[in-house]
Write a protein of this length. Structure first.
Length: 265
């Protein structure tokens, strides 16, 4: 594995990697270096057969303050071509997290601002402390949440996403939960236990099945269920039913034993 300047990679449990953003002095704000490293680490973890779940965390009091203001200041004086290349790298990093074939869990404490909200929304599951806060704050700086926009819309819906982007209002964990930005809120001292419970649930599912879920659900949209969508789902389940993993899953259930992919304590 690579050596990281802005990240700490650790193994939270067997089969579980934790990526911790480690720029505590700037509340884990990200710049060009962290964006490149997040892209690289998620690429490596996606290809590592030993890794089944990835937890994304922030070091210190806050999850992520979003874009590093010094990075944004540099961008404001750079050329259009430089900005386009830079924005494409940011977009590619978020997509790397969104389309990671392993389930991803955001562990959120303190503040998640701007791009930090985007990171939370790009993960499959987000768990936050009850004192966490969230703001889509880009408009305050004369810019907009463009790259994170699709992930925010997918998480909370277009109308709520637009309200958050236009007003830059800071919301608390309870409101983030109510709109679907996060899926669970717990006391600060229960955060790691809640993450571990979710990780244990994820490890109980077949690794290939979880990857299939992510791949299929990425193609589904809210709305009418077309003939093409019905065919896609039928083709998918008919293929997966015949896999070795499926045979093991049914055999384990009928035999009243753990499936062979479940880590043994």
């Amino acid at each position: 594995m690579s050596v990281w300047e802005t990240l700490v990679l650790s193994h939270r449990a067997p089969g579980v990697a934790q990526v911790t953003m480690a720029r505590q002095a700037v509340f884990n704000a990200f710049d060009e270096t962290m964006i490149a490293e997040l892209d690289e680490v998620f690429t490596e973890l996606a290809a590592d057969a030993r890794v089944r779940v990835v937890v994304l965390a922030g070091d210190g009091k806050h999850f992520s303050a979003g874009a590093d203001l010094q990075w944004m200041k540099r961008a404001s004086t750079a050329s259009r071509a430089w900005n386009l290349d830079d924005a494409r790298r940011f977009a590619a990093m978020l997509a790397r997290i969104e389309y990671c074939p392993k389930p991803t869990v955001a562990r959120i404490q303190g503040a998640a601002l701007g791009g930090g909200v985007g990171l939370a929304c790009a993960c499959d599951i987000a768990i936050a402390t009850d004192n966490a806060s969230f703001a889509v704050s880009e408009a305050k700086f004369g810019i907009l949440p463009a790259v994170i926009g699709p992930y925010l819309v997918n998480a909370v819906g277009k109308r709520q996403a637009k309200r958050l982007a236009l007003t830059t209002t800071r919301i608390n964990a309870a409101e983030a939960l109510s709109m679907g930005m996060v899926q669970q809120v717990v006391a600060a001292d229960a955060l790691d236990a809640a993450v571990d419970t979710t990780v244990k649930e994820l490890l109980a599912g077949g690794p290939q099945a979880l990857g299939e879920i992510k791949q299929l659900y990425a193609q589904l949209e809210v709305g009418p269920i077309s003939a093409e969508v019905r065919e896609l789902t039928a083709q998918t389940i008919s293929r997966v039913r015949g896999t070795d993993e499926a045979r093991e899953g049914f055999a384990a259930f009928l035999g009243k034993r753990p499936a062979n992919w479940i880590p043994q304590a």
